[in-house]
Design a protein around this ligand. Structure first.
Ligand SMILES: [Zn+2]
Length: 238
């Protein structure tokens, strides 16, 4: 992995078989990653990065000023998010089936057997998020299939590190990020529509934007909402 320095900024440089240079500022500490086309000269890369320095600095400042999700321990009192709302976790250790109950509008109760390991607690909670997201998708899908006029063959949910959603346009397969269950519901709807629109237009071009504006005029506001707190990652591509 090559490192590159510009002034006080240190960045990781990856050369890849891509057409355009791409800069990412990564959480949690604002590490900079530059992906550049294989044939681009060092000098051209430096010039391109220098032009983006104000943007890079702004990104780094945002990371520094944002509270972010700390490492989860799955203990009582911890904050966890569901549909953009913050909840307090209450861990109840007793014999029986593992389950998650939303209690009132500020508490998530996690029932687990005494001595349950952290990893298993996380898994129980993830299964809960998966059901929540799945229910939401099933509710939204018929309306949007009708509006967009395209139907995916498959929609799945999984944890993804750098994407909110993805669409294989040839196989008509869509994946949505499990983390969406933690964001406001409008965000899940936006990502779902974004991926469905890929069934009409593969690329993020003018045509794609035209469809988005037509089907969901509020998509920009929703995107902004999606990238607000709590920050789990920001190198969003979808
Ligand atoms: Zn996309």
């Amino acid at each position: 992995m090559a490192m590159m320095h510009i002034g006080s900024l240190e960045m990781q440089l990856n050369r890849k078989p891509i057409k355009n240079l791409h800069i990412s500022v990564l959480p949690p500490d604002g590490k900079i990653r530059v992906s550049a086309p294989e044939k681009m000269t060092d000098n051209a890369i430096r010039m391109a990065v220098i032009k983006r320095i104000p943007w890079i600095k702004k990104q780094k400042e945002e990371f520094a000023s944002q509270p972010r999700q700390s490492i989860r321990e799955f203990i009582s009192g911890e904050n966890h998010y569901l549909w953009g709302q913050r909840y307090r976790l209450e861990v109840i250790e007793k014999r029986g089936n593992h389950k998650v109950i939303v209690s009132g509008n500020n508490k998530i109760k996690l029932n687990v057997n005494p001595g349950t390991k952290l990893k298993n607690k996380e898994q129980v909670l993830n299964e809960f998020y998966r059901r929540e997201l799945n229910d939401r998708i099933n509710t939204l899908l018929p309306k949007w299939i009708r509006k967009v006029g395209k139907e995916p063959v498959f929609i799945g949910i999984k944890k993804m590190k750098t994407k909110w959603g993805s669409c294989n346009t040839q196989e008509k397969r869509i994946w949505l990020n499990l983390e969406l269950a933690k964001k406001a519901p409008e965000c899940t709807e936006y990502i779902l529509v974004h991926e469905l629109v890929h069934l009409l237009e593969r690329k993020h071009n003018e045509n794609f934007l035209m469809y988005m504006d037509k089907f969901m005029p509020t998509w920009r506001e929703r995107r902004e909402l999606l990238n607000k707190l709590p920050l789990s990652f920001s190198d969003w591509r979808y």
